[in-house]
Design a protein. Structure first.
Length: 344
């Protein structure tokens, strides 16, 4: 499959192009990373090799079919009503699928895409209004005062805490949490985070996506438009309907403490109300309990009281540890196991 066309309305940093060579020549002088991706995108190969982030395991390279990447772009455009000439901002690395897909959407749908340097404060210098953008939670956290410049924003690559959600409620920007992975070419489900009378705690599956649970209670995704294979995830869910689910946490993160199964992500959501620093909970070996629940906080020591948090007695951390800096992936996701190994 050779993709030698792009939407006539496509613009990159305000510049229009009449040929693929013009795009490649411009990107060569603009960004080596972007040029490398676009060169592969416009090549005769019918797939793109991408690397998973490595937040839940060892990073690996997989092949994504270009036709399925285009299908994903069309689905996003239809769902969010993002037509040609949509002003979009790319502040994610093109080294990973989320950044690549912003380019594919722009090329396929005819967006006007502006690219800025990837960092933790993406909107610091922004004074222009955009229709659409995508961020990770840390970028959103650092952009609260300026997300008014974006009409629609999707957030992926991590959990958006309750505390951060509260900060979004008075914003004119419509913010959506996404559920997805590299294997499904980014998001396959969406959850609105603000500007609603009743905040849902479930994800809505996009059109063309079929879901069910396996015997572990984990989500299974059948999405032939974006993946030739059925994707068996390690995400434990509550299946509300054929197109709605509540995410409970990772199967490989479940802590068995004295015979009680604890979901770290549920506990973390409760703790996010009282802890402003980055943190996570985990299970470490314990002779009596098998595993005991501990709280790991990034930053300097401070007193933390659980008295005002709606925690069950089994959900109260037995110990608290502080670490100067979490170990992260290149996309700023916390590597829990490596951080724990570093501490202990």
């Amino acid at each position: 499959m050779k993709i030698d066309r792009f939407h006539r309305d496509f613009k990159l940093n305000g510049i229009s192009f009449s040929s693929v060579n013009e795009i490649l020549n411009y990107s060569f002088n603009f960004s080596e990373e972007i040029h490398s991706f676009l060169k592969k995108w416009f090549s005769k190969e019918d797939f793109i090799v991408v690397q998973t982030s490595g937040s839940t395991g060892k990073p690996k390279k997989i092949k994504l079919q270009k036709r399925q990447m285009i299908n994903s772009a069309l689905t996003t455009g239809n769902y969010f009503n993002l037509k040609e000439k949509t002003a979009a901002l790319l502040c994610l690395s093109v080294g990973y699928v989320a950044g690549k897909m912003m380019f594919v959407r722009a090329l396929t749908l005819g967006w006007h895409l502006d690219v800025i340097k990837t960092n933790s404060f993406p909107l610091k210098e922004i004074e222009k209004e955009y229709d659409f953008s995508a961020m990770v939670p840390l970028q959103l956290e650092n952009s609260i005062e300026k997300i008014k410049f974006i009409k629609k924003l999707i957030v992926g690559g991590g959990v958006v805490s309750k505390k951060l959600q509260e900060k979004l409620q008075n914003s004119t920007c419509n913010v959506y949490a996404t559920y997805g992975m590299t294997e499904t070419i980014t998001h396959i489900a969406i959850k609105k985070l603000n500007n609603l009378k009743i905040m849902p705690n479930f994800y809505n599956v996009l059109p063309g996506i079929n879901i069910y649970k396996d015997i572990r209670g984990c989500l299974v995704v059948k999405a032939l438009d974006v993946s030739d294979e059925i994707v068996f995830t390690n995400d434990i869910i509550d299946l509300i309907s054929e197109n709605k689910f509540k995410w409970l946490g990772r199967f490989d993160n479940v802590i068995n403490s004295g015979g009680v199964k604890l979901h770290p992500e549920i506990i973390e959501e409760k703790l996010s109300v009282i802890i402003s620093n980055r943190f996570f909970v985990a299970g470490i070996p314990d002779e009596k309990l098998g595993e005991k629940l501990v709280l790991i906080v990034e930053g300097d020591f401070k007193e933390i009281s659980f008295s005002n948090v709606n925690l069950h007695k089994f959900e109260i951390p037995k110990e608290i540890y502080f670490v100067n800096k979490f170990i992260e992936t290149k996309t700023k996701k916390i590597q829990r196991s490596k951080t724990i190994n570093f501490i202990f």
